[in-house]
Design a protein around this ligand. Structure first.
Ligand code: SF4
Length: 345
């Protein structure tokens, strides 16, 4: 059966049926709609003020690639300038190839690129060294739990290095829904209390962060990359399979099969969630070492590095604490198969 005409331009043949709305769109109209929705997210949330110098957390994966491309398209309208900031975690056999993809993007799009490495920032610790040091600590203490904390710090350092006023990351709606599920499953009221939101306003001297793709599904991010012919890295990080996030992802896929709106419903639920005062974690103070927000004497990153240097890395996960962040950066997941990403007519 021939594809129906595009319901937007009425001239080209539709190339996809939009999972969100069911509208049949050609590739060009889908991409224009996707960009308009990201623009709306940024403007409605007042995420990036005119004049902002925006550090894009670039991993070479599909999410950050799409984010950088869309923001580059929108930059003149938003009156912002972009800097790509990539983090080299020191993961042998994985990150070098991903960084090569970021370098190709920077060259093609003529965007400045800065790479910051764990080894330089954290006294020689690479993620491979952390993995060796923490092997056998237990199932809930996967490498991603450590890496999430260090990545956050590294991206902040990189953004400050380039004079950024704001940080954006490529987390999409599926990432956010997985995070909400993980926080519930871990009883992590600290992170639930912070809600979904579109990011953090920059408490404790940190740069404001936001996630302009937060309402875009993973399928649509892949579709945008497909129609724009974007070059991105799609291998999975060697440590990803052990992450707790994988369980949340599997659960979410089953929920989505029964209720297609489950992903966005979860994202919006987190935005509206309010905890009773008695359930709120204590107000964070300042890390005695680096000044970042901390619920204990040291922030998560300083406490982790302290433990690593002493040979006794300790973690505080869930159960009402401000648990560690187990979010992998955009691009850590393998590319979904095209059959899953592109709905057929
Ligand atoms: Fe770090 Fe992502 Fe690899 Fe986990 S999957 S170890 S968060 S790079």
């Amino acid at each position: 059966m021939p594809a129906p005409p595009c319901t937007s331009c009425h001239t080209a043949r539709a190339a996809l049926r939009r999972p969100r709305s069911g509208h049949a769109l050609c590739g060009a109209c889908f991409c224009a709609t996707f960009e308009a929705e990201v623009l709306h997210t940024v403007l409605a949330g007042r995420l990036l003020p005119p004049g902002a110098v925006v550090a894009v957390g670039a991993s070479g994966g599909k999410d950050s690639t799409v984010l950088a491309h869309v923001l580059r398209e929108l930059a003149p309208r938003l009156d912002i300038s972009l800097q790509l900031v990539a983090v080299d975690e020191g993961i042998g056999g994985y990150r070098d190839a991903a960084l090569a993809a970021v370098q190709r993007q920077a060259a093609r799009w003529e965007l400045p690129l800065t790479v910051v490495a764990y080894a330089d920032l954290f006294g020689g610790w690479t993620m491979d060294a952390v993995a060796r040091s923490t092997a056998g600590l237990g199932r809930s203490r996967s490498c991603c739990t450590f890496c999430g904390v260090l990545r956050r710090r590294a991206l902040e350092e990189g953004a400050r290095l380039v004079g950024a006023t704001h940080i954006v990351t490529g987390h999409n709606a599926d990432d956010m829904a997985e995070t909400v599920l993980m926080n519930f499953l871990r009883g992590d009221t600290g992170r639930l209390a912070r809600g979904g939101g579109l990011g953090s306003p920059g408490e404790g001297g940190a740069l404001p962060r936001c996630r302009p793709l937060q309402f875009a599904s993973q399928k649509e991010v892949v579709l945008y990359a497909h129609f724009r012919r974007l070059d991105y890295f799609s291998e999975e990080c060697v440590y990803a399979p052990e992450a707790f996030r994988g369980h949340a992802r599997d659960l979410l896929k089953r929920l989505e099969a029964a209720r297609p709106s489950a992903v966005l419903d979860l994202v919006h639920s987190a935005e509206r969630l309010a905890l009773a005062p008695a359930a709120l974690p204590p107000r964070p103070g300042a890390c005695s070492r680096c000044g970042a927000l901390a619920s204990r004497a040291l922030c998560q990153a300083c406490a982790l590095l302290d433990g690593l240097n002493r040979g006794r890395p300790r973690l505080a996960i869930g159960k009402g604490r401000r648990g560690l962040d187990e979010e992998g950066p955009p691009g850590d997941r393998a590319r979904p198969p095209a059959s899953e990403a592109i709905p057929a007519f």
